[in-house]
Structures are given as structure tokens and as C-alpha cells.
Ligand binder design. Structure first.
Ligand code: PLP
Length: 389
């Protein structure tokens, strides 16, 4: 028997309470029983986004939510500015190009975060830009973008801001309305620790205006259809939704609000800090050099010279049962990523660091055994954070 731990930045571990809800006998999606849950989940998601805008639940992974964001507000040939600090920024570019939009790229080193001033310059230079797309937490690197500052700029232009908060949601404070985010995209399998397969998207009035003129092809992800069905009594989805996932998400959202949002954010902040300090204590380098640009969802670690990243993650997973993530895109083989997102507590971080230390030793890397673990414990004590979630 190998006891298993998922320490990736998505999917994240699911609590027993949420799994029990997921296992409930299937309800029909047009039944009053499901409608009640559907309404509750929509309202709770709005509370989490801090928005009163329309919010729709889509049955797809997060990428479907990104596709909905790209295809519902623009017309073929129109310009969008994609702010890219990693693999998911690149994905926004790919989706936009595939649907015939003209992509203007604002690229940064992977490990860096966007400079809002550059967004301002790009928008000033090109008043035809109709939308700006950006990640909140860029999961491929662990960096976080200051989307509040970016929104401050975009809101004074005719463009809309589309924010992918898929891995930042539930780890870092997000205020969609106060910050002026037009389209906000989240997913079930990250900070909420619900099963995979649901995305959600909120839409501002400014974005709806663009939707009326948009001719980009779409069918399954047509948000006007979603709006139409949401206005029925009771509210519904146009197509059969991931019923059991939504039922499970209801419980996951309850758990977040029972803990209290501020406590949830504090937990993520401390877990991220402990992970990052432990890694440095072991003698490894973090990909995101600037502490202020590190998010709280995932920590990216540069794989030291002479260590095979694939062998390292494989030993951790197969021998010790601890699944962490490798690098994506151009960082494949160069970094490993520890997720500390969702249903995770201090002992999950200890397990991940301990398994990493043991595996590194096994691969011939010189370190003081236990140094990372004791550093993580020191951070928990120093931050007066000794509850396991
Ligand atoms: C920031 C971000 N955007 C988009 C996605 C894509 O989501 P999915 O894999 O659920 O399609 C992910 C998933 O890792 C992500 O972290």
C-alpha cells in the first residue's frame, strides 16, 4: 500500500465531505431538487467572485471557460491584447488566433509578472484593441499578476478585461466588481477542491454590449444562450450540466465560507510561504525570484543541475505516493511545481517537502535531511499558524 497525496496545482485534493456529495444519486437537471442547488451554487460563486454580474456555470474544464471568454465578445479580425507570463497566457493567444482574432502579445519572461504600465502603453498605442486577456495566478510559473492595477487602466478604455482566475480563485483575494473585471473565468478543480469538469464565467454590462455585436463562431459556449436559460423559472442551463459536480461544488463552497474567506486566504499565504522558504533552505532556487510576484497557489522550483525532473516526480509519485507537477511548455524538464491550493493544510506541505528531500537524496543531491521540513515548521510557528486548515 502506498498512501496517496495530490500536491499539484489542479486537480487538488477533495475532502471526504465533498466526495460524499459527489456520490449522491443523480438528480435530473430540470428537477426542483437540482434547481435549488443550481441557484445556490451560482449565488455562492458570485459571493466568491465578489460580483453582482451575471455568472454562468459551464460544463467543461477551465479551458472551455477561456474559450467562452474569447468567443463571446469579439468579431473576427478584431484586436485583442494578450498579456502572457506563462503557458496559460500562451493558451489565450492560441484560442484567440484559432477564432480569427488579431492577437497583440505582451510577453514577459516565465517567472516574471506583468507590468501594468506596459498594458497602458499598448492600449494607448492602439485604440482599436477591443479586449485585454490576462491570468491572475499563472499556474505554469507560480507568478501572480496585479489584475487590479491592470483593470484600473482597462476600465478607462473601450476595451474589456478578461481575467483567468482559474488557479487564483480561493487562494488570493479577488474582487471582480470593485476592481472592474469584465469577464472572470474560474474552474472547479483548483481552489475549490471540487471534482474536475466545471468552469464558471461572469460577464459585466460592458462585456454584454460587445457580445451583441460579436460574430465569432460559437455554439456550446454561447453565453447569450446561457443567459436566456438562466432567466427561465427556475433558472437552468441550455445543455445538460455536470450535475454531480455542481452538487459537490455546493458543499465545497460551503466549506470555503464556513472557514471564512479571510482565513482561507491566510491559510494559502502561510502554506505558500512555508513551501517557498523550505525550498530555499534545502538549497534549491525558486523560479519566481521576486517575492512580491509570487502567488499563493503553487510554487515552481528550478530542478538542480544533474537531477532528472521526470525521475524525481516519478519517484515521488510511485514510491512515496506524493504527486507533484512538472513544468509545462518551455519549462518542461526544467522545473517542478508543488501545489498548495484548495483542501490542503500544514501537514500536506510537510509531506511534500519531506518526500522531496528524501527523493533528492536518493538521486544524489546533497542536502541536510529535514532542513526543509524544519524550516516549514518554523514558518508555521512564526506565523502563529498551527491549525491544519
Ligand atoms: C491559470 C489556468 N488557466 C487555465 C487552465 C486550464 O484549465 P483546464 O486544465 O481545467 O482546462 C488552468 C489549469 O491548469 C490554469 O491553471
Amino acid at each position: 500500500m502506498v498512501k496517496k497525496y495530490i500536491m499539484t496545482p489542479g486537480p487538488t485534493p477533495i475532502s471526504e465531505e465533498v466526495l460524499m456529495e459527489h456520490a449522491r444519486p443523480l438528480m435530473h437537471h430540470r428537477s426542483p431538487e437540482f434547481s435549488k442547488i443550481f441557484i445556490e451554487v451560482t449565488e455562492k460563486l458570485k459571493k466568491l467572485f465578489k460580483t453582482t454580474n451575471d455568472l454562468f456555470i459551464l460544463t467543461s474544464s477551465g479551458t472551455g471557460g477561456m474559450e467562452a471568454g474569447v468567443t463571446n465578445f469579439f468579431s473576427r479580425g478584431e484586436k485583442v491584447l494578450v498579456v502572457s507570463v506563462g503557458n496559460f497566457g500562451e493558451r489565450f493567444k492560441k484560442i484567440s488566433s484559432r477564432f480569427g482574432l488579431e492577437v497583440i502579445s505582451l510577453d514577459y519572461e516565465w517567472g516574471d509578472a506583468a507590468n501594468p504600465e506596459d498594458v497602458k502603453k499598448a492600449l494607448d498605442n492602439d485604440p482599436d484593441i477591443k479586449g485585454v486577456m490576462v491570468q491572475f495566478s499563472e499556474t505554469s510559473t507560480g507568478a501572480i499578476n496585479d489584475i487590479k492595477a491592470i483593470a484600473d487602466i482597462v476600465k478607462n478604455t473601450p476595451a474589456i478585461l478578461i481575467a483567468d482566475v482559474i488557479s487564483g480563485l480561493g487562494a488570493s483575494d479577488l474582487r471582480a466588481d470593485e476592481w472592474g473585471l469584465d469577464v472572470v473565468i474560474g474552474g472547479s478543480q483548483k481552489g475549490l477542491s471540487a471534482p474536475t469538469g466545471i468552469a464558471f464565467i461572469s460577464v459585466s454590462e460592458k462585456a454584454w454590449k460587445l457580445n451583441e455585436k460579436s460574430d465569432t463562431p460559437r455554439f456550446y459556449f454561447d453565453l447569450a444562450a446561457a443567459k436566456n436559460y438562466s432567466q427561465k423559472t427556475p433558472p437552468q442551463t441550455p445543455w445538460t450540466p455536470g450535475i454531480s459536480i455542481i452538487v459537490a461544488m455546493n458543499k465545497a463552497l460551503d466549506m470555503v465560507f464556513e472557514e471564512g474567506l479571510e482565513n482561507v486566504f491566510k491559510r494559502h499565504r502561510v502554506l505558500a510561504l512555508a513551501t517557498q522558504k523550505a525550498i530555499e533552505k534545502i538549497g534549491l532556487q525558486l523560479l519566481v525570484k521576486d517575492e512580491a510576484k509570487r502567488g499563493f497557489s503553487v510554487t515552481s522550483i528550478i530542478v538542480p543541475e544533474g537531477i532528472d525532473a521526470k525521475a524525481l516526480t516519478k519517484i515521488m509519485r510511485v514510491k512515496y505516493g506524493v504527486t507533484i507537477a512538472g513544468g509545462q511548455g518551455k519549462l518542461t524538464g526544467k522545473i517542478i511545481r508543488i501545489g498548495h491550493l484548495g483542501y490542503v493544510g500544514i501537514f500536506d506541505v510537510i509531506v511534500a517537502i519531506s518526500a522531496l528531500e528524501i527523493t533528492l537524496l536518493e538521486l544524489g543531491y546533497k542536502l541536510e535531511i529535514g532542513s526543509g521540513v524544519s524550516e516549514a515548521e518554523r514558518i508555521f510557528v512564526e506565523n502563529n499558524y498551527l491549525n491544519n486548515g
